[in-house]
Unconditional design. Sequence first.
Length: 186
Amino acid sequence: MKYDIEKNLRILSAMVEGLNPYLYEDELFGHLGDNMPKLTIGGLLLRLHQIEGLLPALSEKERSQVAAVREKFETMQYEWRTHYEKKIQQELKSRSETMLRYLQADANPTGDWGNQIEKRTMIAHLIQEARNSNLLSNEVTHTVSEVDAKLRRHFKAGDFYWDEPLIGAYPKADFWWLYGGPDQRN
C-alpha cells in the first residue's frame, strides 16, 4: 500500500489537536472521530517520525504544517509533562504485554504481520520517548526482548516491508523487523 502523506498529515494534526483532554484522561485509546484511528502517543509518534522523515519530499506548505504540528505537540508535552509521561508508560506497558500475549498464543502470526510490525514500531518510538525522559523500566525492556525473540522466530530478512519512501526514516539496525517479512516455513 502506498504511503499517503496527506492522509497521515491530517491524522497527525488531528492527534495533536486531540491531546487535550486525552493526556489527562485515564483511557489509553482516545477517540478522534469516524474514519480516524484511535489516538495514542505511539500512533502520534509513528506518524510524526514518518512524516518528518519525508520532509524533503513535502511541499513548502506541508513543511510549514509539519513545523506547526511539531511546535504544538512540544508545547503540549511541556505543559502536560506528568500526564504525557504517564501515557507513555501506560501505552508502552500495554502494547508490549499485549503483543507478547498475542505472539505466545499464535504459533504463526504471519497472517497479521503488517499489524504486528506496526505495533512493534510504535513500541520502538515509545521506548525512545521513555529513554529521553528516563522512564524505561527493566520490566518493559524484558518484555520487549521476549517480543523480539518471538518475532524473530517467524521472520525472514528481505526487502523493506513498508512503502519505499519511508526507508530513510527507519535504519535497518534499529528497525530490523521492517526489513523482511514472515517466514512462511514456520
